[in-house]
Design a protein around this ligand. Structure first.
Ligand code: SF4
Length: 216
């Protein structure tokens, strides 16, 4: 894919998402996307922030900054504290449902203007659908698919098996085969699916399209 083709695909994707009432910004790379998030925090002045697991978001370094206390005036609901030392990760995820600003990634986007996710617990998709006042979603150009069916296939064949594989100790069949076997494993990560066809209210969700491969 040439840069020109990539750019026009991103622009086409942005235009279609805007028609579906999402706000959309294009960023050239992860560093620029991270700076956009930091600028938005300055502009929106949220009192609280939470996030859903996203390798793209983590790669911007913003979550590290929040964990390091670089935003002392903002309550940060971190539902992914390593080792869960106080046993409150799940409670913080619940509190994050009502945060002012929620950040995460997207599993797949269709060029028909729909956004697609799978989730194991629901903490990542529930706040996207409802709760936080503002949601900002990051997506690398590799997440863009022609149709909703292609987006769902991307989840089954790429995103879900790779996500399962990064969970330490998981033994779902897709980790061995590299594709979804629609398992009945207690470790199944594909329990809940979300598809957004439109953004309501208009502009509640901003999609940041990154002209770089990012995430799974
Ligand atoms: S349903 Fe099971 S096999 Fe399929 S991707 Fe999810 S965890 Fe893997």
């Amino acid at each position: 894919m040439t840069d020109q083709t990539t750019l026009s695909t991103l622009e086409r994707c942005a235009e279609i998402l805007r028609r579906n009432h999402f706000d959309v910004v294009l960023q050239p790379d992860l560093a620029a996307a991270g700076q956009y998030l930091r600028d938005e925090i300055q502009r929106l002045t949220p009192k609280s922030i939470s996030f859903g697991d996203s390798m793209t978001l983590l790669a911007t370094g913003l979550i590290d900054d929040l964990r390091a206390g670089k935003y002392p005036d903002i309550t940060f609901y971190d539902g992914f504290v390593a080792g869960n030392p106080d046993g409150k990760n799940m409670e913080r995820r619940r509190q994050g449902l009502l945060s002012d600003l929620f950040l995460t990634g997207i599993n797949a986007i269709s060029l028909e203007g729909s956004l697609h996710w799978l989730d194991m617990i629901g903490n990542r998709i529930a706040p996207v659908a409802f709760g936080p006042k503002k949601v900002i979603l990051l997506a690398g150009r590799n997440k863009i698919c022609p149709t909703p069916a292609d987006a769902e296939a991307r989840i089954r064949e790429i995103a879900a098996p790779k996500n399962a594989a990064r969970h330490e100790g998981f033994t779902t069949p897709c980790i061995k085969t590299g594709r979804c076997m629609d398992c009945r494993s207690p470790q199944r990560i594909c329990n809940e699916h979300l598809i957004l066809s439109r953004c309501y209210p208009a502009g509640r969700i901003t999609v940041v399209l990154i002209d770089q491969e990012a995430g799974l």
